[in-house]
Write a protein that binds this ligand. Structure first.
Ligand code: IMP
Ligand code: MG
Length: 332
């Protein structure tokens, strides 16, 4: 997997954190680059411990992984240090691009005070206002913050040198493609493009240097905040089906809907997906819980995966069967 981009297929919360943590351990990821900002929480479960990460790359659980925060990312300084403490990682492992911009408390205040943002149902972290400020070219950058000095680096150069040296590089997308500012359900979207090409752009990797785009599907669809969700079911029905979730970042109830094959196909195509992951198969087919081999899945579950492959044209190479990083069927 020399250079792989991970992109969320729907409205975020597909389980990218879980897939990344598996790849970190199994594929011995040399570099993991976080894009986006603090609005996105990636959940990593390891040995019964849960980590909801807003800043630190999800591959922190593999101790040889170099952890990087992209130039296009927005750094929340207090949250960064909170997660450094939570994950207990050695500070020498993590680097922040000197050109990454800074998200501040005032941005959160602006976000929460905005009637438009309330209507969209933003997370309230202030990412929209922080990006507005960056576009106005008045934002502070990581290089302007003295406490970040020990971590500053040139992420693009580090990872491109890594790719030249044949290292395993993973570009960690955030949110999902339907929350893309350009390709999603505008205006009910986040404030940046969340697609595979934008992830490369934020990190500083040219399109010819990427080997795989791994699109992450979940066996059912969820979204938080306002905006369209085709096929939406009631919360009562979601609870009955075992699909009810609350957001890792904000604690809000997630809305839910069945898997959408047409949307899965469209988004695989636009992102140039070469591989797919399917998470939470065990929520749809409880008899698949903790399965480690495709042959151990029930007929219904196998049929579902086969149908996804047939209708999207993308091989489903990783299948999540439980919350732990290692509850995975790896078909690569
Ligand atoms: P913002 O990104 O906080 O401005 O919120 C804009 C929209 O994106 C809202 O509908 C949020 O619920 C949604 N959103 C932002 N980040 C995430 C995420 O990580 N997972 C799911 N939804 C998100
Ligand atoms: Mg999330």
């Amino acid at each position: 997997m020399p250079c792989t981009v991970i992109v969320g297929a729907f409205w975020g919360d597909e389980g990218k954190g879980k897939i990344i943590s598996y790849l970190a351990i199994n594929d011995k990821l040399d570099f993991c680059v976080r894009t986006g900002s603090v609005n996105a929480a990636h959940t990593v479960w390891l040995d019964g411990n849960k980590y909801a990460l807003h800043m630190v790359p999800a591959s922190f659980i593999y101790e040889k992984s170099r952890l990087l925060i992209a130039a296009g990312a927005n750094v929340h300084v207090a949250q960064f240090f909170k997660e450094m403490e939570l994950t207990k990682i050695d500070g020498r492992r993590i680097g922040i691009d000197k050109m990454a911009s800074i998200i501040e408390e005032k941005h959160s205040v602006q976000d929460k005070a905005s009637a438009v943002n309330k209507g969209i149902g933003t997370t309230g972290w202030g990412v929209g206002p922080a990006i507005e400020e960056r576009a106005r070219r008045t934002a502070r950058l990581a290089k302007d913050i003295p406490e970040l000095e020990p971590y500053l680096t040139d992420v693009a150069t580090e990872i491109n040198d890594g790719i030249d040296a044949g290292k395993n590089v993973l570009l960690e997308g955030t949110q999902g493609f339907m929350l893309s500012l350009f390709h999603g359900t505008y205006p009910y979207v986040t404030s940046r493009d969340t697609g595979a090409a934008a992830i490369c752009s934020e990190a500083g990797v040219g399109p010819t240097r990427v080997d795989d785009v791994l699109i992450v599907y979940k066996a059912f669809i969820t979204r938080v905040g306002a905006g369209p969700l085709p096929g939406e079911i009631t919360m009562e029905e979601a609870k009955k089906r075992g699909w009810f979730e609350t957001a890792a970042g904000t604690g809000r109830n997630r809305r839910s809907a069945p898997f959408d094959f047409d949307l899965a196909r469209r988004n695989a195509k636009i992102n140039g997906a070469t591989q797919a992951a399917m998470t939470k198969l065990d929520c749809m087919f409880p008899d698949c819980r903790s399965a480690k081999k495709f042959d151990d899945l029930s007929e219904d579950a196998k049929q579902f995966i086969n149908e996804v492959e047939k209708r999207t044209g993308v091989p489903v190479v990783l299948i999540g069967t439980g919350p732990d990083a290692l509850d995975i069927i790896d078909r690569r």
